[in-house]
Design a protein around this ligand. Structure first.
Ligand code: PLP
Length: 511
């Protein structure tokens, strides 16, 4: 069976030899059974599954006479099945009546007709490119969310830092509602009264000249790549189509084909080639390797100042400053992807600030849209962003007035410094508590501001299993690459809630 069907314990089915009682979420398996001539009976077993059970756990076997064919099948049926291997025609019933063949279409129609939970609908009808924990969130406020049944959970993921300001921050909601009533989208064929002010205010926050607004993080990374290449040809004088960009091992910059093409993660890449040329990879944190990789064709060094998806990997002290110096020496653009690390998370506005470094291009996203709208941007000076001319780049929704209005409020909140300070203060409170767990289930802790990567000790349960344990304790967290738990709560989290979460984590690790 497929991995998704195995996940819902699809194999743990029960059959009388013709009917197969199977968990409702195991659609592909149900269809396979129908193709093979069996009659799947999908049953909603989601409640039972919480205890680790499926259809087979609900059965009580009757073994009156092991020599008899299983109930519901006549000797004739058994013979038919044995001789044909599978039944593609109407099944033979013990009562002798032929029945309509059970086709894949009939099963899917039947599955569609069944009342299912939202999570089961997601499993049935959303592509399986995610593997969500078994919780269905219906509401959120601050650092807390509530599921369909009213159970509250503390959110320690904050949508991968997109919710730095928490769920439904009143300032952001107010602005969003007001803007919804006024104007949502113009496209940039026309100006609107939000895009310009947003760009100016973001450029000021970054102490740069200009902004190119987009929507998702991956789009902003693509934009930075295009900017660096054009800059390479027009300003640096690299021969046409010869530009190279240096990237880091274990990077994560998004999911477009160009971006996954320079990923070192096989799960991200496999099956999606051929990939865009023009990228070179060096080990993250290795200054000498970076220096050796730079050539006269190098136009940019693209890096996350702290690698989030890789498990909150912090480079050696002085690394970012050394990258800056190399980029200056060799006339190469330093491109900092601060999509996850930026906007307050590390206790500073940008993670680069931790080393007093200013990149040539900031790539921003996630929290920029306040957890309400997708809003991303590339921010730089005119000598770089000036390479874009009308028609050379764009996006229908990029810089839309709704996202920009929310983004302007995000910038106003960041200008106070309150959220950066809070991240630093709560991080300082969290750090000793987490370090106390090293040797008690944790092997290592990396933390900057309110952002931590916790490596599980060898022999511990998988990261997924620990997150499931935390879920049972009403805490939402996400593993990174199986053996690391990532902690990135909304910056508005209450300090006592944070203490409680660490206490619960200690409890889960001690099991
Ligand atoms: N860059 C970094 C550092 C990220 O963490 C992410 C997302 O996790 C992205 C880029 C891609 O952002 P998006 O998912 O909005 O495309």
């Amino acid at each position: 069976v497929s991995a998704a069907d195995a996940e819902v314990l699809g194999c743990n089915a029960a059959s009388d030899g013709y009917h197969v009682v199977v968990p409702a979420g195991a659609h592909e398996f149900s269809a396979q059974l129908a193709d093979a001539g069996y009659e799947p009976i999908p049953v909603d077993l989601s409640e039972l599954r919480k205890a680790g059970g499926a259809a087979k756990c609900c059965t009580l076997e009757l073994r009156a006479d092991a020599a008899k064919p299983p109930c519901g099948r006549s000797e004739a049926t058994v013979r038919t099945q044995r001789s044909h291997g599978r039944r593609s025609e109407g099944a033979i019933r013990t009562d002798g009546a032929a029945r309509e063949p059970y086709t894949r279409e009939r099963v899917m129609t039947r599955l569609d007709a069944r009342p299912t939970t939202p999570a089961e609908m997601e499993s049935q009808h959303a592509a399986h490119n995610y593997k969500p924990l078994p919780v269905t969130i219906a509401e959120g406020s601050g650092a807390w969310v509530t599921d369909e049944s009213g159970t509250r959970y503390l959110d320690l993921l904050a949508a991968y830092s997109a919710l730095n300001f928490g769920h439904g921050h009143p300032r952001l909601l107010r602005v969003a509602r007001e803007q919804l009533d006024r104007l949502t989208l113009t496209s940039r064929a026309f100006s609107n009264d939000q895009t310009g002010p947003f760009c100016r205010e973001l450029a000021e926050l970054c102490e740069k000249d200009a902004v190119l607004p987009m929507n998702t993080g991956a789009e902003a990374v693509e934009t930075a790549i295009k900017a660096a290449r054009r800059w390479g040809y027009q300003v640096k004088g690299v021969p046409v189509d010869g530009a190279e960009i240096i990237v880091m091992s274990d990077n994560f910059h998004g999911r477009t084909t160009t971006i996954v093409g320079f990923s070192s993660d096989p799960d991200s890449r496999a099956g999606f080639g051929p990939f865009t040329p023009g990228f070179r990879m060096v080990p993250f944190g290795d200054v000498d390797a970076l220096r050796s990789a730079i050539t006269e064709r190098t136009v940019g060094v693209l890096l996350e100042p702290i690698q989030g998806e890789a498990g909150v990997i912090v480079p050696p002290a002085g690394y970012l400053a050394a990258v800056r110096a190399l980029c200056d020496d060799f006339n190469v653009l330093m491109i900092a992807d601060e999509i996850q690390s930026g906007l307050g998370r590390t206790g500073t506005t940008f993670a680069c600030d931790l080393e007093g470094v200013r990149p040539d291009l900031y790539v921003l996203g996630k929290a920029l849209g306040g957890g309400i709208m997708p809003l991303s941007a590339v921010v730089g000076d005119w000598d770089v962003l000036g390479v874009f001319t009308p028609g050379s780049h764009g996006s229908t929704f990029g810089g839309n007035p709704l996202a920009c209005a929310v983004g302007r409020e995000v910038l106003a909140m960041l200008r106070t410094g309150e959220y950066q300070d809070r991240a630093a203060r709560l991080g300082a409170r969290l750090e000793p508590q987490l370090r106390a767990l090293v040797g008690k289930g944790l092997a290592d802790v990396r933390i900057r501001g309110l952002w931590a990567g916790l490596d599980l000790a060898p022999g511990m349960a998988s990261g997924r299993a620990v997150c499931e344990g935390l879920l049972a304790e009403r805490i939402l967290a996400k593993d990174a690459h199986e053996s690391t738990i990532r902690i990135a709560p909304p910056l508005v989290i209450d300090e006592h809630d944070l203490d409680w979460a660490v206490d619960r984590l200690a409890h889960v690790l001690a099991r």
